[in-house]
Design a protein around this ligand. Structure first.
Ligand code: MG
Length: 259
């Protein structure tokens, strides 16, 4: 099932994408919802980020280029970081390059959406706590990484976390590829088997540190091929089974239409 959020007029709404139509729903996708009976053509509504995350956690440098490069042992302490929920935007919105710099990096990623409260959950059981999966772009301004190793500022600017287009609840996360196209050219395309910290281990580890809650989003790392880009560039992050998340980069104060 593909859950979406969308705008009709000034109203924000939720729905289930079914082919080319969206069946409107009411309620909370995590705890209980029902169809309203209204159906819209997907092409006629503006899609929003498919959820308003509770919190957003990313993992750093989590892909190798080839299976031969996979380490024998997992890192003792994975590199996790938080991104503010205020950085979330939806499909077709502009990613705004901060003042004083002229380029930022795109990072196409599989984003895991937690559906049930999870504390100290084993690797074996952890996928039962996952609601579904969406595509994320972990936009990054490495110019703002602190020399002491802190990434927070460089990951946190408004518009730096595009999510969408939908949350797919029936995905096999071990059988997909994470892709990106920049201005129509292929840049990233790696199977999730090239993750250094695999999905189960990653989320189970987090639950041994913090209680995960419905609506938490975990960005699982970006494959080789992410690049610095500038105003006017168009990035499409894609996981075929979920959809394509397209955004355009814009300079501060210069809004540009994506299409
Ligand atoms: Mg990343």
């Amino acid at each position: 099932m593909k859950f979406a959020r969308f705008q009709i007029g000034n109203e924000e709404s939720a729905g289930v994408l079914d082919g080319s139509s969206i069946k409107q729903i009411t309620g909370d996708i995590f705890s209980g919802w029902e169809y309203t009976g209204n159906i819209y053509e997907a092409a006629e509504v503006k899609l929003l980020a498919p959820l308003e995350p509770n919190q957003i956690i990313g993992i750093g440098a989590n892909f190798v280029s080839t299976p031969d490069d996979l380490p024998d042992a997992l890192p003792e302490i994975p590199v996790f970081f938080f991104k503010p929920t205020s950085s979330v935007i939806g499909p077709d919105e502009n990613i705004v390059i901060p003042e004083n710099i002229d380029s930022v990096k795109f990072e196409s990623e599989l984003a895991v959406v937690i559906g049930k409260e999870a504390k100290n959950v084993s690797e074996e059981d952890i996928l039962e706590y996952v609601f579904g999966y969406t595509v994320g772009n972990d936009v990054t301004a490495p110019q703002y990484f602190h020399e002491a190793g802190h990434w927070t500022v460089g990951k946190s600017f408004d518009t730096f976390t595009p999510l969408g287009p939908v949350i797919e609840t029936e995905l096999d996360p071990f059988n997909i590829s994470v892709e990106a196209r920049l201005n129509g050219k292929d840049k990233q395309n790696s199977p999730t088997s090239l993750m250094i910290v695999p999905i189960r281990e990653m989320i189970s580890y987090l639950t041994r540190v913090m209680t995960l809650k419905p609506g938490d989003v975990i960005l699982t790392g970006s494959p080789a091929g992410a690049e610095m880009v500038g105003a006017g560039d168009v990035i499409e992050c894609e996981i075929k089974e979920i959809g394509t998340l397209k955004n355009k980069f814009a300079a501060v104060g210069k809004r540009v239409e994506v299409k």
